[in-house]
Design a protein around this ligand. Structure first.
Ligand SMILES: [Zn+2]
Length: 613
C-alpha cells in the first residue's frame, strides 16, 4: 500500500535489507560515492533502477546521466566477487545474482547542479536529492531503506532531513532510515555547517535549516515560519507529522521550491530579506511549499502517488495541485499578517489577473491540457510558450479565487473554499493510499459547500475564453477595469514637473540587453510587434532613425509614437530590415474596489478576507 507517512520513532533501532553508504571523499570535485547493499536476495537476477524524475517537478531529468563507474558484486561474508550485469535500458541494470543472498552495487554521482531537485556537493556542503542519488530495487520498494552518511562531522556538523535516525551517530557516520523507497525519494538532505533552529508548534517539532554564507536574520525568519505553521495548522485542524524540516538554500540566482511530506526545500536569493517586497515573496514561497504538506503530498490527484519513477505521471489536475496552492499562498500570506488587505488585493490585481491578461496562450490551450502536458510545456517552455498555453499555477490560481468568492456568495457567507479544503483533507485521512479523481474532487467541493459548481468549474478548467471576472467579483464589491497606463510624473523640488508625463507604449515584445545590443526574447501573438513582422532573436537597431542601445530608449522613442507609426530598423539572421511599428497605449488592467459597496458586498468581502491573527 502506498504511504509517505513516517514517524521518527518507527525507524529507531531497526534493521534494513536495503542500505546505502554515501561517501564524500571527492566532494571538492562534486563527486559522491554510493555503495548500495541488498540483502535477502532471492532468485537468479534482480533489477536496480535510477529514477528519471523527482515527484513535484514534472520533467524527465534522466538522473542516470550523472552516474558513473558502476560495478556490481556478489557478497560472500566479508569477501566479494564481481557480478555480471547488463543495462536493460538507460536507467535499469539487470544483475545476475547466481543464488547469492547479498549483493552490492557501487557507483559515483556527479553532483554539481544547484536547484531544489538536483544534487549539489562541493567542499562546503552537500545537498542531496535521493531520486538523483539512490537506485531502487524493482519489486522491493516497500521495504525499509537505510542510508549511512559517512561525512567528516567535524567539518560538517549539521545534517537536516526528514529521514529518521536509526541509531546514534558513530565513527562510521550518521545512519538514517525510511520506511520505504517512496519516503526515501521524498526526503532531501542538507549536510554541512549550516545554521539550524527548532521550534514546537501544533504538537510537532519543526527544524529550520539555512544553508548560506550570507547574513540573514534567522531568528526573525524562524518567528515568521512559526506563524505560517500556526495559521496553516489551524486551517486543517493540526499537522500530519511528528517532525518537519524547512530547508532554505540561499545563493545568487536561486529561486523556487519543492515540496515533500515532512520537509520542503526553498531556494532564495541572498537579497531576499533586503526589502519589503522580497521578504513578502520569501514568506509567500514558504507558505506555498508548506501548504503542499496537505495539498499535493497528501490530498492529491490519483496519478500523483504511487509514482513510476521511470516515466511521466500524466495528470490534468495540476490545477488542484498547484493552482489551488497558488491561490492559498497569497491568501495565507495575508492571513499570517504579512500583507494588508489592500496589498493582498493589489497583488491579486498585478501578479495574477493583469499577468494572466498578458498571456495569449490562455486562448490557445485549456488549464487542464496545460497541466497534462506540463512535461513539455511549463517545464520546457520555448520563448513562444506564453502564446501557446497558460500556466496552471497562474490560471489555476485565478480560477480558485473565483471559486472561493462564488462559494461565499452562493452560500450567503456560510461556506468558503476552506470548507472544501477541510473536506478533501478528511477524504485523504479516510483513504490515504489512493489519490482523488477529478470527479471525486469536484463532488467533495460541491458536498462540503452545498453549491452546484461542476459545470461552471469544468467550463473554466476546459475553456479557452476569458473568465467571468466581474460577474463573480461583484459579490465582494470588486471590479476588473482597464484604463490606459500612465507613468508617474517626475517632479523636482516641491512642485515643478520635471518633464511631460511619458506615455507607456505597448508593443508586445520582451527585450534583452547585452553588450549594447538589444534583442527580442518573445513576441506576443497579435501584438504591434507581431503585426510589424518582428521575430524572436531579431536585434533592434534604431527607432525612427535613432540608434538605440537600451530597452529604455526603445520604450521612450516608441512612447512618443503612440497612435502614429514608427520606423523600426532591425536585424534578422545577418540581414538588416525596416518595418513600421504602431505602438498603442499600454492597457492597465486592475482589480479595484467599487465605490459605495452595498452592506451585503461589504459583508461578503469581510467574510472572504476574514483572518484570526
Ligand atoms: Zn507548488
Amino acid at each position: 500500500m502506498y504511504s509517505i507517512e513516517q514517524r521518527d520513532e518507527q525507524l529507531l533501532g531497526g534493521t534494513a535489507a536495503i542500505s546505502y553508504h554515501i561517501g564524500f571523499e571527492r566532494a571538492a570535485q562534486h563527486i559522491v560515492s554510493v555503495r548500495m547493499r541488498i540483502d535477502n536476495v532471492l532468485g537468479e537476477s534482480l533489477v536496480v533502477v535510477m529514477p528519471s524524475w523527482s515527484p513535484g517537478s514534472y520533467k524527465i531529468r534522466d538522473y542516470a546521466g550523472y552516474q558513473g563507474n558502476v560495478s556490481t558484486w556478489l557478497m560472500d561474508g566479508a569477501r566479494r566477487k564481481p557480478a555480471l550485469a547488463a543495462w536493460r535500458d538507460k536507467a535499469s541494470l539487470v544483475i545476475e545474482t547466481k543464488g547469492a543472498t547479498s549483493i552490492e552495487i557501487e557507483y559515483l554521482i556527479y553532483a554539481h547542479e544547484r536547484t531544489v531537485r538536483t544534487n549539489h556537493v562541493n567542499r562546503n556542503h552537500a545537498f542531496l536529492v535521493p531520486t538523483a542519488l539512490c537506485m531502487y530495487v524493482e519489486g522491493r520498494t516497500q521495504e525499509v531503506h537505510h542510508v549511512l552518511f559517512a561525512h567528516n562531522r567535524a567539518q560538517w556538523p549539521s545534517i537536516s532531513t526528514a529521514l529518521s535516525p536509526v541509531k546514534a551517530p558513530s565513527s562510521e557516520g550518521v545512519l538514517l532510515g525510511a520506511l520505504n523507497y517512496d519516503v526515501l525519494a521524498d526526503s532531501p538532505i542538507e549536510i554541512g555547517d549550516h545554521q539550524v533552529r527548532t521550534f514546537d508548534e501544533a504538537g510537532a517539532t519543526h527544524e529550520v535549516a539555512v544553508a548560506t554564507n550570507h547574513t540573514l536574520d534567522l531568528d526573525w525568519l524562524v518567528t515568521q515560519i512559526q506563524r505560517i505553521v500556526h495559521v496553516e495548522a489551524e486551517l486543517f485542524g493540526g499537522v500530519p507529522y511528528d517532525r518537519y524540516v524547512f530547508i532554505i538554500q540561499v545563493y545568487p540566482g536561486a529561486g523556487g521550491g519543492l515540496e515533500h511530506a515532512r520537509s520542503s526545500v526553498n531556494a532564495v536569493e541572498p537579497s531576499s530579506m533586503l526589502d519589503k517586497s522580497k521578504v513578502v515573496a520569501l514568506l509567500s514561497l514558504l507558505c506555498h511549499e508548506y501548504f503542499h504538506t496537505w495539498n499535493v503530498k497528501r490530498i492529491r490527484p490519483v496519478e500523483l502517488g504511487p509514482f513510476d519513477y521511470t516515466r511521466e505521471s500524466y495528470t490534468s489536475m495540476l490545477w488542484l495541485a498547484e493552482g489551488l496552492t497558488s491561490y492559498y499562498d497569497d491568501l495565507l500570506t495575508y492571513r499570517c499578517g504579512f500583507t494588508t488587505a489592500k496589498e493582498y488585493i493589489d497583488s491579486l490585481s498585478k501578479d495574477h489577473i493583469a499577468k494572466l491578461a498578458m498571456v495569449p496562450g490562455r486562448f490557445a490551450m485549456s488549464t487542464r491540457d496545460s497541466s497534462y502536458l506540463a512535461w513539455l510545456k511549463l517545464y520546457m517552455a520555448s520563448p513562444d510558450g506564453s502564446n501557446r498555453f497558460p500556466s496552471y499555477y497562474l490560471k489555476g490560481g485565478v480560477i480558485f479565487l473565483l471559486l472561493d468568492i462564488y462559494i461565499i456568495d452562493h452560500s450567503d457567507g456560510k461556506y468558503s473554499l476552506d470548507d472544501a479544503m477541510r473536506a478533501m483533507w478528511k477524504r485523504y485521512q479516510q483513504n490515504p493510499s489512493v489519490g482523488m479523481t477529478e470527479v471525486e474532487c469536484i463532488s467533495i467541493i460541491e458536498q462540503s459547500t452545498s453549491i452546484q459548481i461542476r459545470d461552471r468549474l469544468l467550463d473554466w478548467l476546459n475553456g479557452t475564453t476569458e473568465l467571468p471576472y466581474n460577474e463573480i467579483f461583484d459579490a465582494v464589491g470588486l471590479r476588473v477595469e482597464t484604463t490606459a497606463k500612465v507613468a508617474d510624473p517626475v517632479k523636482i523640488g516641491e512642485n515643478i514637473v520635471f518633464a511631460t508625463v511619458p506615455r507607456v507604449p505597448f508593443i508586445g515584445w520582451s527585450l534583452a540587453e547585452s553588450g549594447g545590443r538589444i534583442s527580442v526574447r518573445a513576441v506576443e501573438d497579435g501584438s504591434p510587434a507581431a503585426r510589424a513582422g518582428v521575430g524572436i532573436d531579431d536585434e533592434i537597431v534604431a527607432v525612427d532613425g535613432k540608434r538605440v542601445n537600451t530597452s529604455a530608449q526603445v520604450d521612450h522613442y516608441c512612447g512618443t509614437m503612440i497612435g502614429k507609426g514608427a520606423i523600426l530598423t532591425a536585424h534578422c539572421d545577418g540581414r538588416l530590415y525596416t518595418t513600421t511599428i504602431s505602438p498603442v497605449e499600454q492597457p492597465n488592467l486592475r482589480l479595484v474596489q467599487i465605490e459605495k459597496p452595498s452592506s451585503r458586498q461589504k459583508q461578503m468581502h469581510d467574510r472572504w478576507l476574514h483572518r484570526t491573527l
